[in-house]
Design a protein around this ligand. Structure first.
Ligand code: WTA
Length: 651
């Protein structure tokens, strides 16, 4: 292997979908936008920032003290005022902010006026408990309306929120709370998940034995079973807001004041508290939400992620609310009470724009088309995908079976660290290709480089880097500037390392190939796991596949595939051989998986990303590494058993 190697590009996709002409004619993004942004990217962002409401207008755009950025740093604004007050004052108080649907079937609507009143009461309640500007507040809640209320109330009084996904364990709460010294913890008694009760308050009680900085725990009532309430520390939500006024003076925040922390777990090391500030973050999420999702006044928009992930922060809470959107929030899982729950919701609220993840789409494929077919999905006009590379097969299925073959599909690449979408089609302008995130958005600087930091020509693959600052970029890692520099800015000088492999085709379209750590080296070929997985998923019987490299005497690494089949298909030795052969024929003989194991489920993080690191441990027969972020730990035990009886043929 030479040092200047990129990643080999093996697959070629020829299907192209130009934007439908009527969509293009009315689209928010019109021709010229890329050129305008490229001519002066700072002026482009400043013009988007000016669409927000400022308490004190900014005069400076960017101060770049690499790798630390400040955007709009002499301006003042409040995120909550931009999300709510502005619309209410503008006469849109009766507009629906959220259609809320709980897992057990409870439903209600929340207008901008109601949301503002609730936020103000809760913000006053927090102030009364002593929470003040500059504090950090942890939020560990199910998907109930109190969750966005809690986030916006923090923003209103200038406290940074740190949302901890409700599926995490007490230990994860302890690490995150202690790292940033949160003064309060907001939770619920319990949450619903597939009809079962999740013990949120009990998890907090466990955690609070080791979090001395927490002075108060505020508990919203969701389920109603009795929970322990510690005198002096724990307060019910309804008591915290009791008697509070629906008026609450918002803090004047500097554009660079911390809006929130969101922890991302690395593969092994302790989670990083990613810092996002106020002015730049809001500029990034409002502009991308408007352009990528082509949001119109009468749209019903639904991002089916959890608010506990960055996708929910940016595209359920801040982006949509700042744009005055009407959104759907759904509390539960897609298979409760049955596997058509999402499609029932789309039909009920006449959802126009749907944003979900490839892992969900592949699950829907596995369940079968009969579930979406039971419902009228004709209201949909745009589909989005985020979280992982989307296989062409899943992209086509999404387009055909959910979008009725008529909706543009936007595959959006970004990260917790980028705050907002970076690479994505603009649906009225971009010709899409199944499996490609297409092009960087206007104003965004991107390159693909090899190990020698040379730009890889079109047609090749390598490391994706970001080449200029952008408003919603992370401002660092809480309490650890060195780790920030080391993780993102040290491999290539003056370039942000995203950690993903990517190739550009001859037309300049970007194709993501998974995390760099997952790249395999087989007989000197650097191969992306994504391409082999996509080839496997192409087979009509395959629902999902994960591929890893296993140490091999002959080839350096050998390819190991874990495959889950559609419906209740258990697979067979012959099917294993057929699939292996299929990959070799499609991508080249050297890519034929040496080992193939069928499995019901793949190990995934709670946000749905396949944990290839654990699969490598299984393939190489090692003790498993850290499994704390795994969504369902029974999956790996089953896999360890199966890997012993795997189907494989040596060629
Ligand atoms: C992956 C989620 C390919 C990628 C918003 C990235 C994607 C990581 C895509 C960030 C996509 C996200 N195509 N890969 N459209 N979207 N990723 O921080 O590896 O949870 O680095 O943010 O997800 O995950 P995070």
């Amino acid at each position: 292997m030479t040092t200047a190697q990129g990643i080999e590009a093996l697959s070629h996709e020829h299907r192209h979908f130009p934007p439908p002409p009527d969509f293009a004619a009315k689209a928010n993004a019109q021709p010229g936008i890329y050129e305008e942004a490229e001519a002066d990217y700072q002026a482009f962002w400043a013009s988007w920032a000016r669409k927000l409401e400022w308490m004190k207008p900014f005069t400076k755009t960017l101060e770049w003290n690499e790798p630390f950025a400040k955007w709009f740093s002499d301006g003042e604004l409040n995120a909550c005022v931009n999300a709510l007050d502005r619309h209410v004052r503008g006469g849109k108080g009766s507009r629906i902010a959220y259609y809320y649907e709980g897992e057990p079937g409870d439903r209600w609507t929340i207008t901008y006026q109601q949301l503002l009143d609730d936020v103000c009461r809760f913000a006053n309640g927090l102030r009364k408990l002593g929470v003040k500007k500059g504090d950090r507040v942890a939020i560990y809640m199910p998907m109930i309306p109190e969750l966005p209320v809690a986030m916006l109330a923090c923003a209103r009084i200038g406290a940074a929120h740190s949302v901890i996904f409700g599926g995490f364990s007490p230990d994860s709460i302890v690490d995150r709370v202690n790292d940033s010294q949160c003064v309060a913890l907001i939770t619920a008694d319990q949450g619903w998940r597939r009809g079962k009760k999740i013990a949120l308050k009990a998890n907090c009680d466990e955690a609070m034995k080791e979090t001395p900085s927490i002075k108060h725990c505020i508990v919203a009532k969701r389920v109603g079973d009795p929970v322990e309430m510690k005198e002096g520390r724990d307060v019910w939500w309804h008591d915290a807001i009791g008697g509070q006024s629906a008026q609450c003076e918002p803090e004047r925040m500097n554009a660079e004041d911390l809006l929130f922390l969101l922890y991302t777990s690395g593969t092994t090391a302790k989670p990083k508290g990613i810092k996002h500030t106020t002015g730049g973050y809001l500029t990034g999420v409002t502009s991308t939400h408007k352009l990528v999702f082509d949001l119109k006044d009468d749209d019903v928009y639904w991002c089916a992620a959890d608010i506990g992930w960055v996708t929910g922060h940016s595209y359920i809470v801040y982006g949509p609310l700042c744009n005055g959107a009407t959104s759907v929030i759904y509390e539960g899982t897609p298979d409760f009470p049955d596997k058509d729950r999402l499609w029932e919701i789309v039909e009920r609220y006449k959802v126009n724009i749907l944003y979900t993840a490839p892992t969900a789409i592949r699950t829907f494929m596995k369940w079968g088309v009969e579930y979406p077919q039971k419902h009228d999905l004709s209201s949909l006009r745009l589909l989005g995908s985020v979280g992982e590379p989307i296989n062409p097969e899943a992209w086509m299925w999404y387009r055909d079976h959910i979008g009725g073959g008529k909706c543009p599909v936007v595959d959006t690449w970004w990260q917790t660290e980028t705050g907002g979408i970076m690479i994505s089609p603009l649906p009225g302008l971009t010709t899409t290709l199944p499996g490609s995130a297409t092009h960087p958005l206007p104003g965004i600087g991107v390159d693909i480089v090899n190990d020698k930091n040379e730009s890889v020509p079109l047609g090749g693959g390598g490391y994706i880097v970001l080449t200029r600052p952008w408003p919603s970029m992370l401002r660092g890692i809480w309490g650890d500037d060195e780790r920030y520099k080391e993780t993102y800015w040290s491999k290539f000088p003056h370039k942000y390392l995203a950690g993903d492999g990517c190739r550009r085709d001859h037309e300049g379209n970007y194709w993501f190939m998974g995390r760099i750590d997952d790249v395999m080296n087989v007989s000197g070929h650097r191969i992306s796991t994504t391409e082999i997985e996509s080839a496997l998923v192409e087979h009509p019987r395959v629902a999902e596949a994960a591929v890893v490299g296993k140490v091999d005497d002959v080839t350096g690494q050998a390819i190991v595939a874990f495959v889950s089949l559609r419906g209740s298909d258990a697979g067979s030795h012959d099917l294993g051989d057929e699939l292996r052969k299929h990959v070799g024929e499609k991508l080249g003989k050297f890519t034929t998986p040496k080992y193939l194991t069928f499995t019901q489920e793949l190990p995934k993080t709670r946000s749905g990303k396949i944990m290839r690191r654990l699969l490598r441990d299984i393939a190489e027969g090692r003790m498993l590494g850290d499994t704390t972020t795994l969504a369902d730990s029974s999956v790996v035990a089953e896999l360890q058993e199966r890997a012993k009886t795997e189907v494989h043929t040596e060629e």
